[in-house]
Design a protein around this ligand. Structure first.
Ligand code: DLZ
Length: 151
């Protein structure tokens, strides 16, 4: 993980089944997040599959289905970039509250890999791409596996 105060997590996901739910808006950033999450799960030896949804608003319903379907952990990935209307707030709020509710109600950890940024440059800087300072896809996968191992 990166950022001030971020922990170093040692994760071994052997025997865990993880579902990555990934939105499709902002392709370049999403490709980076997805690559970071998948390579982290591979390195942790966790069994995993990727399910694509249209936008971040759709992340919670599919995360819930994965949790009810026996996943040990879910990793939710999306990118919402502020525009000129209140739409940004509504999508961010719905996705964030929905994902949190899925985790608490089902007891299945949900790694939160939803970027909510003012512009595309901020998102690219967190996408785990060449030149990015941070990799929030990898961080979300690490957090989901590390939390599943505590349960
Ligand atoms: C409609 C919309 C807009 C304006 N912006 C984004 C975005 O930046 N990131 C994202 O993941 N999804 C966006 N969406 C789509 C909504 O999440 C949702 O897919 C649609 O409203 C259809 O339910």
């Amino acid at each position: 993980m990166s950022g001030a105060g971020a922990p170093k997590l040692a994760i071994d996901g052997t025997g865990l089944r993880v579902v990555v739910v990934a939105a499709q808006w902002h392709t370049e950033v999403m490709d980076g997040l997805l690559a970071g999450a998948v390579s982290t799960l591979q390195a942790a030896h966790a069994e995993h599959e990727v399910v694509r949804v249209p936008g971040s608003f759709e992340l919670p319903v599919v995360a819930a289905e994965a949790a009810r379907g026996g996943a040990d952990a879910v990793v939710a990935l999306g990118v919402v970039i502020r525009g000129g209307t209140p739409h940004f707030e509504y999508v961010c709020q719905a996705a964030t509250a929905g994902l949190s509710e899925v985790a608490v109600r089902t007891g299945v950890p949900v790694g939160f890999g939803l970027l909510t940024t003012d512009d595309e440059a901020q998102a690219l800087d967190r996408a785990g791409l060449p030149g990015s300072r941070e990799d929030k896809g990898a961080e979300a996968a690490e957090a989901a596996v590390a939390t599943a191992l505590t349960l």
